[in-house]
Design a protein around this ligand. Structure first.
Ligand code: SAH
Length: 262
């Protein structure tokens, strides 16, 4: 197993305000999952095949998710691998579930809806902010060329990186740090998804979009947010409001300075 760590440079750390138990070392620990491309296990002993198929039908298709590439990705990724053992039997529930550290894996429908909104065709470089357990990154992995994902909590970043590598998602690169800063070293991105609730649109994320690039993120207060969709054209951003949603807070320099009371 090979994993390359890139130590942060001054610029990365200067703006990071995430509270972190450790030293600067644990503040920005990019984990790069590089390794042999082992296809995700398929077919054998799939005890979750039925609940997964039901999730696709009841939670996604019936609610209007019709993009066949997104549906295939949701059918291929084993959600039970991304939740803590005690929650495996509930992996396909129509709800977010705890993943430790006070964070959650998003509800399947919201993962599918946000992914659809980005209109991915297969060649994109994508950034996800808020890796959590790595489930959304695994979905992206099926749909685009390369996925960069940033998680601020080092435990979650390390676990997600190891899990994605074990499951063979070789085009996903996990970084640890404040994702509100984006990833200037590997920008720009054709699409950016923020999986945590922001008080506004983080400027670095907008500016790290390619021409025609798309950004989707939940914006609002601690309790209620709406999904915002932005598309970059020249230096202006066409913006649409999509549906109401509820995410854990985006805590960082261009997010909440500290977790808002919930
Ligand atoms: N996409 C995830 C769900 C993420 S929950 C999945 O599929 O499981 C939101 C995550 O955002 C949490 O893990 C939280 O720790 C992380 N987060 C919050 N603020 C962040 C920031 N500034 N940078 C990176 N990650 C952040």
């Amino acid at each position: 197993m090979r994993r390359r760590f890139r130590m942060p440079d001054e610029g990365d750390l200067a703006a990071a305000t995430i509270e972190d138990e450790g030293s600067a070392k644990s503040k920005m620990k990019p984990f790069r999952t590089i390794g042999p491309s082992v296809p995700p296990r398929e077919g054998t002993g799939d005890e979750f095949a039925v609940p997964r198929a039901e999730m696709i039908e009841r939670q996604l298709r019936r609610r209007g998710i019709s993009d066949s590439r997104v549906l295939s990705a949701m059918a291929a990724v084993r959600r039970e691998e991304f939740v803590p053992t005690e929650f495996r039997p509930r992996a396909y529930e129509d709800a977010p579930l705890p993943i430790g550290e006070g964070q959650t894996i998003s509800q399947p429908y919201i993962v599918a809806a946000m992914t659809c909104a980005l209109h991915l065709t297969g060649n994109e470089r994508v950034l996800e902010v808020g890796t959590g357990c790595g489930y959304q990154a695994a979905i992206f992995s099926q749909l685009v060329k390369v996925v960069f994902t940033v998680e601020s909590l080092s435990e979650l970043a390390a676990t997600a990186a190891a899990r994605l590598e074990r499951l063979g998602y070789a085009n996903v690169h996990v970084h640890c740090g404040d994702g509100t800063l984006g990833l200037p070293d590997v920008a720009p991105f054709d699409a950016i998804l923020v999986a945590a609730a922001a008080p506004g649109v983080p400027e670095p994320l907008r500016s790290q979009l390619t021409e025609g690039g798309r950004l989707i993120l939940p914006v609002g207060d601690a309790e209620n947010q709406e999904l915002l969709y932005l598309e970059r054209h020249d230096n202006s951003y066409e913006t649409h409001t999509l549906e109401a949603c509820r995410f854990v807070p985006l805590v960082g320099y261009y997010g909440w300075k500290e977790p808002p009371a919930r």
